[in-house]
Design a protein around this ligand. Structure first.
Ligand code: UD1
Length: 428
């Protein structure tokens, strides 16, 4: 078993480069299936969710060539399969994008119901509603697969009952080559929705309004090969901003789009952290104690739910009482049980957590309960007294490129260690 060991207490200081956005990559790579040509995709993060996505593409018949560590060429001219099995779909929520992409390419797709982080009930009804609106028939099959079939997809109005990133992406994927115009109302506005639309438009699609809550997709017959660079990861950048603030550090975070970080910047400033924007970098530093703060997560441009666990750590070491309200998921506080082991004082009631700031955290053996819950353990360990050992780090590796190397370069005492199952070593 691999674990991460961190000896807390070091300030993060220096410069760091942010990788390409996970949530954009896991949409754009399946979107290449719509293109009967060669796509060159740059700034692809080297993370487990991308590896899984590429394995699925490979199974479908994509020819994939790595040009360098973060640049991939994908040739989808000779696909021979439209089925995504459970063993690949299970580890990643975004495997449902293969439904929309394969439906568009073949008029027929079979994809196992997705896995990913467990935040309570995560239905896909809005995705299926979008496919049905375009004329597809949707059938749950035995063994957890969903089949979608359409003779000819036809543009239509799709009103999403809730703002869903995944359903918006699937509505776009399935309508790009549909006949006529599709109007997606109450669409999600996250930066990776805009990135997906920009990628598809660069291949000849006609998608207008991405980034607003009404997206119009004018169907086109054919898409052509393209070359495209994925945007920087908003959440990875936000995570390093939070980690810098937590450790009282001073870091220049490079390769970011500061506009995407506005809600995070605003909350850090409210807590007394210095944040300065430049064209494509952001400088974060903290010298004074953290002020208490109330945070509520919301769809973009609100404060991102994927930054909620990182802020739990900040609020738990801020002065006074802070309230954190989860506005997207039913149950995204499971990781707080682990943080309590490190001295965090928090009361959770449904979607609300109330933090009583403490003077310091202490090291403890903990586990990553999910991707962002796992990164919260890392941030807590960076400030805790003593050596923290974090298990189940496969969750963290789904979404953070070179996390150990990047934090080491900023001065953290962190390393990945192989230990026998269930035996946790204490040597750093
Ligand atoms: C995406 C992100 C994830 C982020 C989330 C919210 C990717 C790959 N993942 O997940 O990191 O936490 O957005 O910003 O981009 N819902 C329904 N029915 C549906 C679809 C969603 O009820 O058909 C609900 C969900 O249970 C959730 C809410 O809508 O409560 C928002 O979910 P959604 O925006 O769809 O999240 P994902 O696309 O799964």
């Amino acid at each position: 078993m691999e674990i991460i060991q961190i000896c807390g207490g070091n300030r993060l200081v220096g410069e760091i480069e942010i990788s390409g956005a996970k949530n954009a990559a896991v949409a754009i790579l399946p979107a290449t299936l719509l293109i009967e040509g060669v796509c060159r995709v740059e700034n692809v993060p080297n993370i487990a969710d991308v590896t899984t996505t590429l394995k699925i593409l490979n199974l479908l018949g994509s020819k994939i060539k790595y040009i360098n560590k973060n640049t991939i060429e994908i040739d989808n001219r000779n696909l021979h399969n439209n089925i995504v099995p459970y063993d690949l779909a299970r580890s990643m929520r975004a495997s449902y994008y293969f439904l929309g992409a394969l439906l568009s390419r073949f008029g027929n797709a079979r994809v196992s119901m997705p896995g990913g982080c467990n935040f309570g009930v995560r239905p896909v009804d809005q995705h299926l509603k979008a496919f049905a609106a375009l004329g597809a028939s949707v059938s749950p099959m035995e063994n957890g697969m969903i089949e979608v079939v359409a003779d000819r997809l036809t543009g239509n109005s799709i009103y999403l009952d809730i703002v869903s990133v995944g359903a918006t992406v699937n509505a776009i994927l399935s309508s790009v080559k549909a006949r006529g115009v599709t109007i997606i109302e109450n669409a999600a506005k996250e930066p990776h929705i805009v990135d997906l639309a920009n990628f598809l438009n660069s291949a000849g699609a006609d998608i207008r309004g991405a980034g607003t809550d009404v997206i119009k997709v004018y169907g086109v017959d054919i898409l052509h090969g393209t070359s495209y660079a994925i945007i920087p990861d908003q959440i990875e950048a936000g995570t390093y901003m939070a980690a810098t603030a937590a450790t009282g550090g001073d870091v220049l975070i490079k390769n970011v789009i500061p506009k995407h970080l506005e809600s995070i910047t605003a909350k850090l400033q409210e807590m007394g952290v210095l944040v300065e924007d430049f064209d494509d970098s952001i400088h974060v530093s903290r010298q004074n104690p953290l002020n208490q703060c109330n945070v509520k997560t919301m769809p973009h441009p609100g404060f991102p739910t994927d930054m909620q666990p990182q802020f739990s750590v900040l609020l738990s070491i801020a002065e006074g009482t802070s309230i954190l309200t989860e506005g997207v998921y039913d149950n995204r506080f499971r990781y707080i049980e682990e943080l309590r082991r490190m001295g965090v004082q928090a009361q959770v009631d449904g979607k609300v957590a109330v933090f009583q700031g403490v003077d310091y955290l202490t090291a403890a053996p903990v586990k990553a309960t999910d991707l962002r819950g796992g990164i919260a353990m890392i941030i807590a360990a960076l400030v805790a007294r003593g050596v923290t050992e974090i298990e189940e780090i496969q969750h963290i590796e789904r979404g953070y490129e070179n996390i150990v190397e990047k934090l080491s370069a900023l001065g953290a005492q962190i390393k990945r260690v192989t230990v026998p199952d269930s035996v946790v070593s204490h040597a750093l």
